[in-house]
Structure formats: structure tokens, C-alpha cells
Design a binder for this molecule. Structure first.
Ligand code: MG
Length: 379
């Protein structure tokens, strides 16, 4: 790959250079024990980045590990320091190249994502534009689906959560299945039956096995999900690392198969799409490399006639999700919608089953409430 060209004509740039990145990590306990098919957790970690140019600042964050803060502070600050804040793709490339020897997937790409989001917010503010206008819109409103239904929940809790989404006008809900690595399949089906009973016949049911099933088990269960309960979306029926397995399940079922949440670079999405592994590609802006790479991944899917779905982080996804033609929906994930409301001003709630991008202030419209967040700060 060639050296980066000098794309910083200071004399015509309207903005002062990027001067610093500040980072903080918050650990927020969940409101009750949570688990999916293959993992259990009791807290969510947010690594927040503030990027400054002159008197203007932009905010980004990722959900993951406090180790991402170390990556920002030791590697990414020097990669973007002094850059023109108008040139976010150039800053993205500088960060990616600076981390070559560290290995990009996981903690590193999450750190890059938080910085990239902060830089896009910063650029939009420097230009005095809402981020949704900077990206440009394909739609005014972005559909969401309610997501939670953890395997650790008692049935009463699941029912209450499902009713909350339906009462809020959200016509799509997702629960976790694949409990205990696929060893509780009958309970999985009972919980899907409960879901149908609670939400009625007019709400779409989505399920996520988080890779908990084997291939043939997923096909057997998938047929029952579709025929008995009308499930429309089967996420990670097998491990998302098993592209041939996803393809096999997809070929055997009428239900859409989805995956992609562990995509940390655009090559990952290209491989998943080339393997014909999914009907809808999931992309997470807090993991894939921020808005810069999210847009590229959506284009990769679009070129293969596939929709994309934004994985988690609903408030961060809203402006970029409005900007692509092949967007199906945003995951309105219980942990993140709760946490966004807890820590940030400007976190939106869906109305009529959709989120509307902020269009009345520069940037993405989200601001950290430092005083409220301080009690959760760990670094
Ligand atoms: Mg998932």
C-alpha cells in the first residue's frame, strides 16, 4: 500500500488541527443478571473519547474493555495529533497503520472506533452541521427492534420487557436463545412461545443464539422457530466464525440468517458476504472502525444486494443508519439504551418504532453528563 498522501492543505482548511484526545472509562452495572447462549455478564464498560480542535470538541465511545483506553492513550493520540479534523478518513488510516503490529481486531479496533466517532462529531461541529446532514440522509426515520430477552431472565422479567417495547410502539423484538451453549433447546423454544404469546401475532420475532448451536441442531431448531412461531430472524445460529455453517443453515431455512457483530475491519465483512453466509449483515460502529468503516461495510453489503442492521449502540448509529439506502433497522439493545440515557444527554427514545436523527444541533447531538457519569468512572 502506498504512503498516505499529504492531504492537509493548511492554508485552505477552515479548522485548527486536532490538538488532543482525552479518554475516560466507565463501568456500569447491569440492572439485573444478564446472559445469552454463550456468555454471562453483570456490567457494561464504556470507553469515551473527547477529540479537540481549538475550542471545539467531539465525543465518541465504544462498549468493550478499559484496555481500549490504553490503546487510545499510547497509540492513537500520536497517530492523529496535528491532523486536519476535516480529513477523518486520513486519520482513520493513520490509526489503522499505527496499530499494525498490535493486531487490529478487538480492543484495538474498538479504540479506533471511539476516536473515529469523536472525529466525525468534531468535524460536524466545526462545520456547524448536524452529523446526519454531513453524512446526508436516505431516510428521515430509522426503524428499530427491541433487543434483550436474556436467557438469565425469569419469564416474568422477559414478559415485562417485551410488553414495554410493544407498548412503546416497537413492532419488532429479539430474545436470546441457545442457552447454555445449546444444551437447553426445549427451554429456548418455550421462551420463544412465551414471546409470541406476549407480543401477539402482529409483531416480528427475532432470535439470537450467539453461536450456541451446532449446524444440524440449528437447522432442526430453526425449522420449528419458523413453522411454530413465525420467527423472521435467526442471528448467529452457529458461530459467526463458521461461515460455511452459516451458509448451510441459511440454505436450509426460510428465516433470515444474520451475523457480523464481531466485524472489526472491512475485510471481515467482505469475507462474510462473499461466503453468502448471511441474509442481513450486522455492523457495529463501536467495533468496526467507527463511522468511516461502517459506511464502507454497508457499501460492501449493498453491492451484494444485502441489507445491513446496526448492532447495538442505538444513539450512535442513528445518524449513519439514516445515511445508507440498504438499512433494515437498528438494534435497540436494552443494556445500551439504558446506559445511553444514564450517561449522555441527547439519547433518543424510539417513537412509533423508529429513531429520528438529531437535526437541530451540530454533531451527533450527544453529550456526556460528566457529573452523573463520575460515579461509574474507573479510569
Ligand atoms: Mg447478537
Amino acid at each position: 500500500m502506498s504512503p498516505l498522501p499529504d492531504v492537509r492543505p493548511r492554508s485552505v482548511s477552515p479548522a485548527p488541527p486536532i490538538a488532543c484526545l482525552e479518554c475516560a472509562t466507565y463501568l456500569v452495572p447491569t440492572d439485573r443478571a444478564e446472559a445469552d447462549g454463550t456468555l454471562a455478564w453483570s456490567s457494561t464498560t464504556v470507553v469515551a473519547v473527547t477529540a479537540r480542535a481549538g475550542d471545539t470538541s467531539g465525543l465518541g465511545w465504544t462498549y468493550g474493555s478499559r484496555a481500549s483506553q490504553v490503546v487510545v492513550e499510547t497509540e492513537l493520540v500520536k497517530a492523529v495529533d496535528g491532523s486536519d479534523p476535516m480529513d477523518v478518513p486520513g486519520a482513520s488510516e493513520s490509526m489503522i497503520r499505527a496499530c499494525r503490529n498490535l493486531g487490529r481486531p478487538g480492543v484495538v479496533s474498538s479504540a479506533i472506533s471511539a476516536v473515529d466517532i469523536a472525529l466525525w462529531d468534531l468535524k460536524a461541529k466545526l462545520l456547524g452541521l448536524p452529523l446526519v446532514q454531513l453524512f446526508g440522509r436516505c431516510r428521515e426515520r430509522v426503524p428499530v427492534y427491541g433487543s434483550g430477552g436474556f436467557t438469565a431472565y425469569a419469564d416474568e422479567v422477559t414478559s415485562e420487557q417485551l410488553r414495554g417495547w410493544v407498548d412503546a410502539g416497537i413492532p419488532r423484538v429479539k430474545i436470546k436463545i441457545g442457552e447454555s451453549w445449546g444444551t437447553a433447546a426445549e427451554r429456548d423454544l418455550e421462551r420463544v412461545a412465551l414471546t409470541r404469546k406476549v407480543v401477539g401475532d402482529d409483531v416480528d420475532i427475532l432470535v439470537d443464539a450467539n453461536g450456541g448451536y451446532s449446524r444440524k441442531q440449528a437447522i432442526r431448531i430453526g425449522r420449528r422457530l419458523a413453522e411454530d412461531y413465525g420467527v423472521v430472524w435467526f442471528e448467529e445460529p452457529v458461530s459467526s466464525d463458521d461461515l460455511a455453517g452459516l451458509r448451510e443453515v441459511r440454505d436450509q431455512l426460510t428465516t433470515d440468517v444474520a451475523a457480523g457483530e464481531y466485524g472489526y475491519d472491512d475485510g471481515y465483512f467482505a469475507r462474510m458476504v462473499a461466503a453468502e453466509a448471511v441474509d442481513c449483515l450486522q455492523i457495529d460502529v463501536t467495533r468496526c472502525g467507527g463511522y468511516t468503516v461502517w459506511l464502507r461495510a454497508a457499501a460492501i453489503a449493498g453491492a451484494h444486494h444485502l441489507d445491513v442492521s446496526a448492532h447495538c449502540a442505538p444513539s450512535l448509529h442513528t445518524p449513519v443508519a439514516a445515511a445508507v439506502p440498504n438499512l433494515r433497522h437498528i438494534e435497540y439493545f436494552h443494556d445500551h439504551s439504558r446506559l445511553e440515557a444514564l450517561l449522555f444527554d441527547g439519547a433518543a427514545s424510539p417513537v412509533g418504532g423508529a429513531l429520528v436523527p438529531h437535526n437541530d444541533a451540530p454533531g451527533h447531538g450527544l453529550a456526556l453528563r460528566a457529573r452523573d457519569a463520575e460515579q461509574y468512572r474507573v479510569a
